[in-house]
Design a protein around this ligand. Sequence first.
Ligand code: ADP
Ligand code: MG
Length: 254
Amino acid sequence: MSQVMVDVHGVHKSFGPLQVLRGVDLRVRPGEVTVILGPSGSGKSTLLRTINHLEKVDRGWISIDGELIGYRRSGDKLHELKEKEVLKQRTHIGFVFQNFNLFPHLTVLENVTEAPVSALRRPRKEAAETARRLLARVGLEDKADAYPRQLSGGQQQRVAIARALALEPKVLLFDEPTSALDPELVGEVLEVIKDLAATGTTMIVVTHEIGFAREVADTVVFMDGGLVVEQGPPAAVPDTPRHERTRAFLSKVL
Ligand code: ADP
Ligand code: MG
């Protein structure tokens, strides 16, 4: 395993005239939890989307476990990979969205087995056994045959986490996983993410939950205007920020 699991190097990204990422550098070691904080529009979602190549980068590169994502290098040029190769790389990168994105017409169990069966060609029976184990891990073993609409938001998000884990990803990316939840359901989802952190899953979590960042993060990153403004252990960033922009943001969310 590489010393660096996720390496984001000088990443730039614009949408037309809008510069959204302006040279982002980020390194995540295996087993570490990185929490990204920052105001709306600062480029957090775009950064996560470049990490699994849902967005192309304009400049810079990203590697996971030593493998370049979305491109292959030849000489000093990068060539974009074919869609099939990108999809294969994406199986190593779990993504949990704000709005769960479960397949509404599939049961919970089918949601969790779909990707292992179709993308990894796992036998259905084996995938189902793994799925039941993962559902137990997120506290939903009794919901295997339910449909997403029959579950609370917190339960749906826990299914989405089990689904992401089913591909045994090298890294899990969370984009505001609790922002769409009623306040009383936030805790159960954060608990599941906390458990994963304790078992050494490498994660990047975009969230406004400062308490979670303090408790779980190895590194807290503050982004603003498409740049990493500061990063460090929780005792440094949320508790004693050095930059005025970080302080101003934290004074609003705390
Ligand atoms: P955050 O997640 O920090 O709120 P985003 O990465 O979603 O920020 O967005 C950063 C900026 O990029 C915003 O101004 C947003 O409107 C813009 N943006 C994001 N995706 C696109 C897109 N596909 N096309 C055009 N603009 C986009
Ligand atoms: Mg966002």
